[in-house]
Ligand binder design. Structure first.
Ligand SMILES: Cc1cc2nc3c(=O)[nH]c(=O)nc-3n(C[C@H](O)[C@H](O)[C@H](O)COP(=O)(O)OP(=O)(O)OC[C@H]3O[C@@H](n4cnc5c(N)ncnc54)[C@H](O)[C@@H]3O)c2cc1C
Length: 175
């Protein structure tokens, strides 16, 4: 938080780098400084408490795919397992996906079908908002430049609930 305040709006957080680095390669993002949050302790847990699944912002898609705890909500597992390829899943994080609010990203669409809260942290302290409030528009969230997503909290649906995750992935046209 202190670094973000010191370096100002030109600085960006980097988690898995799977959205930010491609944008930088295309010169669509040109941050003056990158702040690597991968070494912040306590941000990568996947836990179940009080009927909720709590996914730390640094939980990788592959961690969620492999987690028996996350399997409590099958479409959460299926969403993680369906993202890109193993290289992207090993690096990309749920916090980065939610913070990016890319409308073609899978997490936003899946988590909006469930009861999801986003807990963030900044100079004013911690705040928790629903995912509906968090995502304001494509690529736009309520996060201030000096705030960090800490955790994504998903209510475990009642017994006998069901869901399915089917994604139509874009691929290069065959000749
Ligand atoms: C080839 C390829 C294929 C892909 N296919 C899919 C797909 O099929 N489905 C899908 O959903 N996604 C896909 N993605 C995107 C991937 O899931 C990314 O991992 C994800 O969108 C961003 O997560 P990240 O941790 O890499 O974020 P980063 O790239 O590190 O960051 C993205 C943005 O979020 C900010 N940020 C990161 N973490 C936080 C935090 N904790 N708090 C606040 N801000 C934060 C950064 O400052 C940056 O602006 C693909 C990516 C690639 C490269």
């Amino acid at each position: 938080m202190q670094l973000l305040q010191e370096l100002g709006e030109e600085a960006k957080l980097i988690a898995g780098g799977q959205s930010l680095i491609p944008l930088m390669k295309m010169r669509l993002a040109r941050p003056a400084a990158l702040i690597d949050i991968n070494h912040i302790a306590g941000l990568s847990g996947i836990e179940r408490h009080d009927g909720e699944l709590r996914l730390g912002a640094l939980a990788r898609h592959a961690d969620i795919e492999a987690s028996s705890v996350a399997a409590a909500i099958p479409i959460v597992h299926d969403c993680a397992a369906g993202i890109a390829d193993i290289q992207v899943r090993n690096m990309g994080t749920i916090g980065g996906s939610i913070a990016e609010a890319d409308p073609s990203g899978d997490w936003g669409a899946v988590l909006l079908t469930l009861e999801t809260l986003v807990r963030s942290f900044g100079p004013q302290g911690e705040r928790t908002v629903t995912l509906e409030e968090f995502i304001k528009d494509a690529y736009t969230t309520v996060l201030g430049h000096d705030e960090l997503v800490r955790e994504v909290i998903v209510k475990i649906p009642p017994k006998h609930s069901g869901g399915a995750f089917v994604a139509f992935k874009r691929s290069a046209a065959a000749d």
